[in-house]
Design a protein around this ligand. Structure first.
Ligand code: THG
Length: 369
């Protein structure tokens, strides 16, 4: 595969950590919420093994916050998500599908309840702020909506707990999954959550004070030497093995949350009011017509840059591959695919063309591991 340079500009926003990761050897960028998102530090496979064993620090400032505050803030946040947030607690994070009136996914953010009338929506790659503003204007809600200067640093991997304890003390190890708290470093309080886009454990530091955040960045590498800390980024292999979905890759506005297996985050039987509720009830009553599933393919390499057709023995299209990677764990290609009814059954076989060669594959449940 040929590679190309990225043309930087003001529009393609840098992060406070860009200079640091470039000195540390970032080798590829992606773009996320109009911001640089590191995509590789050398070999993807080496980073995968390192992440599963040690600890990494990630510049995920591209996970931008949409802040919604004011008397109608809870009403607006609820209007956007099919997850019932009526019992949401201050100090907790909630993974929430955001959908439109047709139940099409707009985004799949982490929502943080900062106080009764103040929320952060930690977004995946789509312009949620415009959707929120449009709704607020149309509904005449009394809210303030803006993008605060928050630049997340993720600390991920099994040794993240020891590293963070060294810097922040015992308190940080007592934090529950998807809980958050404010901890002090170098004269500033940082919101730290036990979360992150890997299944290897860790934290996310929502840096608002850039000066303190940068000194924390350096401190993580200094104190992390004994844990073999390395710079990293969301890892394609690890996130597919773990079935962490990627908005824009695995699902988009043409898919609804039930098709994407997000049933756990869909509450249709409570009183809360959200867009697309009636439509989702219809989908639930009728049953979904397609489903996001795992696939395992007898191949050693793949590079998914657009959806790829999955074909059955009768040469009928039965679905499409949306993400894929070689997995060192399975020693095969694994991927995330949208399968049409009635083909979303485990063990359904298919053929797929990769680089002009045909390979055999099989459907399986998510997550893989
Ligand atoms: N952290 C923060 N913001 C984010 C992401 C993140 N914004 C963009 C993107 N990632 C949003 N997507 C996801 C997808 C999955 C999860 C988090 C964000 C996730 N899911 C857990 C799982 O699947 O096991 C559990 C969620 C739950 O059950 O509550 O962590 O990573 N700040």
């Amino acid at each position: 595969m040929k590679n190309y340079f990225i043309a930087k500009s003001r529009r393609l926003r840098s992060t406070p950590y860009t200079e640091r990761i470039e000195n540390q050897g970032v080798t590829a960028y992606s773009v996320y919420n109009h911001m640089l998102l590191p995509a590789a530090f050398g070999s993807l496979e080496d980073s995968y093994h390192h992440l599963k064993k040690n600890v990494q620090v990630w510049d995920v400032a591209g996970e931008r916050q949409v802040e919604i505050s004011g008397p109608d803030s809870a009403k607006l946040v609820q209007l956007m998500t099919c997850r019932d947030l009526s019992k949401a607690k201050v100090g907790r994070c909630y993974y929430c599908p955001i959908i439109d009136d047709k139940a099409g996914l707009i985004n799949d953010p982490v929502v943080l309840k900062l106080s009764e009338h103040r929320w952060w929506i930690s977004i995946a790659d789509s312009d949620v702020i415009l959707f929120a503003k449009g709704l607020a204007i149309g509904q005449k809600f009394n809210v303030k909506i803006f993008e605060p200067n928050v630049d997340i640093l993720a600390v991920q991997g099994p040794k993240s707990f020891a590293l963070m304890e060294k810097i922040f003390g015992k308190k940080i190890t007592e934090m529950k999954f998807f809980g958050f708290d404010y901890l002090e470093f170098d004269g500033a309080k940082h919101l730290i959550a036990r979360s992150g886009w890997s299944k290897q454990g860790g934290y996310e530091i929502y840096v608002e004070n850039t000066k303190s955040g940068l000194s924390l960045y350096d401190k993580l590498f200094e104190e992390g030497k004994e844990f073999d800390v390395k710079p990293g980024c969301p890892n394609l292999i690890e996130r597919i093995e773990s079935a962490l979905l990627s908005y824009g890759n695995d699902m988009d506005n043409n898919d609804n949350p039930l098709e994407c297996g997000l049933d756990k985050y869909v509450n249709l039987d409570s009183e809360v009011n959200f867009l697309g509720k009636e439509k989702l009830k219809e989908v639930r009553n009728k049953g979904i017509a397609r489903k996001l599933m795992g696939v395992i393919i007898d191949a050693k390499e793949i590079n998914v840059t657009k959806s790829v057709e999955l074909i059955n023995e009768k040469n009928l299209k039965i679905g499409e591959l949306r993400s894929g990677t070689y997995s060192p764990h399975f020693k095969k290609v694994i991927g995330i695919a949208m399968l049409n009814k009635p083909y979303f059954e485990v063990s359904q076989t298919f053929k797929i063309s990769i680089n002009d060669s045909v390979f055999e594959g099989k459907v399986c449940d998510l997550p893989f591991i």
